[in-house]
Design a protein around this ligand. Structure first.
Ligand code: NAD
Length: 396
């Protein structure tokens, strides 16, 4: 079939297998062009490995560091004429490329919060590796089913005060006002349950209990702080509360990991358009302004460039650049005073008429299409595609 983008709101309901594979292969080439990355731990588990920062981490580990990787994700295969989710196609392409280079790569598809998934992944680590050296927790999930069977959902809402802002419709390019009421206490607590640090701690504790953490094991969790203009909806909102909980979890993990002299890091990454970020109200205006400013300054990075810089200059070095809370900062270029000055100067001025001159909405829109395998250079979108792409998955 010929596959074209079908966009509804902030969702694209189709994905292009050839485009997703081309995107992954381009990222692999880019890492390889940069040369070997030193000191990459050799047995790496990525939880949330099929998109955005997690996929970039898996690519940098395997193709920059020659590491063996286990990737865990929650993706949908093609069904009844419907394409698979982009993360399915991207993980299949990653696995094919890793195996072609003789690199160990195993995949688990399902719910990372569930005990059955933890058991299956840890069994695999025990059997294949004995121990794991690096665990990257890069999950962005809309909900979590608790051991009791109850499912809690995360919300993207302000806390304390209503939020009003604007969003841009991908299809019509229309700028629309949005207004959100503050979250209830239950909504805040549920968001912390889903996106906070509890499940990260649980994974690490279970790996330790099973004797599966190597001496000096590292673990990371990605967070976002962002610009003051987005604080009302992000940092001071429900998701920010969950991200605050990561700092608590990292401190708790320092104690949990002490028997193996392990280290837990919260790493602050820059704002980028990923599947998860596309759902955040009002982020489209901020990211369109940010892309414009950073591209003009020559400092724009995608997920892969961020992770490469983290790997090459921070995570495996003797000393890291940390803030007062002990977090490693990779958002330094996003928060550079001259970049933020440009964003802030234009923040209140964006209108339908000046969208293309004041912002990089075109770049933002292209990034959204790229996420789903569309608009990738060198891909012929007139060619027939088979939406059913096989991927080797481990039993759960
Ligand atoms: P993403 O949507 O691209 O990837 C999310 C991953 O989580 C995918 O692999 C998906 O399959 C997996 N996943 C979701 N629910 C799951 C479940 N129940 N079980 C197993 N896997 C599941 O998201 P992203 O933007 O790369 O986010 C990853 C992390 O990076 C998040 O913690 C996010 O807050 C953080 N971060 C993102 C940005 C940004 O701008 N995108 C900036 C800084 C930090």
């Amino acid at each position: 079939m010929i596959i074209a983008p079908k966009i509804k709101g902030f969702l694209c309901t189709t994905a292009h297998p050839g485009g997703c594979a081309a995107d992954v292969n381009a990222q692999i080439k880019q890492v390889e062009r940069g040369g070997a990355i030193a000191n990459v731990p050799q047995r790496v588990l990525v939880i949330g490995a099929s998109g955005g920062y997690g996929l970039a981490t898996r690519i940098a580990s395997a193709f920059g560091g020659k590491a063996e990787t286990i990737g865990l994700f929650f993706e949908r295969p093609a069904q009844k004429g419907r394409t698979a989710s982009p993360g399915w196609y991207k993980s299949a392409a990653f696995t094919e490329a890793a195996h072609a280079r003789g690199l160990y790569a195993k995949n688990f598809n399902g719910d990372a919060f569930s005990q059955s998934m933890k058991d299956a992944v840890i069994d695999c680590i025990e059997k294949d590796w004995g121990q794991v050296d690096l665990v990257v927790y890069s999950l962005a999930a809309p909900g979590r089913t608790l051991p009791s069977g109850e499912t809690v959902r995360s919300t993207l809402k302000p806390i304390g005060e209503p939020f009003s802002g604007a969003t841009i419709d991908f299809n019509s390019r229309e700028l629309r006002s949005i207004a959100l009421e503050p979250a209830s206490d239950d909504e805040i607590a549920a968001t912390v349950k889903v996106m906070g640090g509890e499940d990260w701690e649980d994974w690490m504790q279970q790996l330790l209990n099973r004797g599966c953490l190597a001496e000096g094991a590292l673990t990371t969790n990605y967070t976002y702080l962002g610009s003051e203009v987005t604080w009302p909806i992000y940092y001071h909102g429900t998701i920010g509360r969950a991200k605050e909980d990561l700092d608590r979890a990292a401190a708790a993990l320092a104690t949990i990991l002490s028997p193996v002299n392990g280290r837990a890091d919260v790493v602050v990454m820059k704002g980028l358009l990923t599947q998860a970020a596309s759902a955040i109200p009002g982020m489209s205006v901020y990211l369109s302004l940010l892309f414009k400013a950073m591209k003009a300054a020559g400092t724009h990075e995608g997920c892969l460039e961020q992770v490469e810089r983290l790997f090459r200059s921070q995570l495996f070095s003797e000393n890291q650049r940390r803030d007062d809370a002990g977090r490693i900062r990779m958002d330094d270029w996003e928060l550079a005073p001259e970049i933020q000055a440009m964003v802030k100067a234009n923040w209140g001025k964006v209108s339908q008429e000046n969208l293309d001159s004041l912002t990089d909405f075109e770049g933002y829109r292209a990034a959204f299409l790229n996420l789903h395998g569309f608009d990738i250079p060198g891909v012929d979108y007139e060619l027939e595609q088979d939406p059913e792409v096989e991927m080797s998955l481990e039993p759960i």
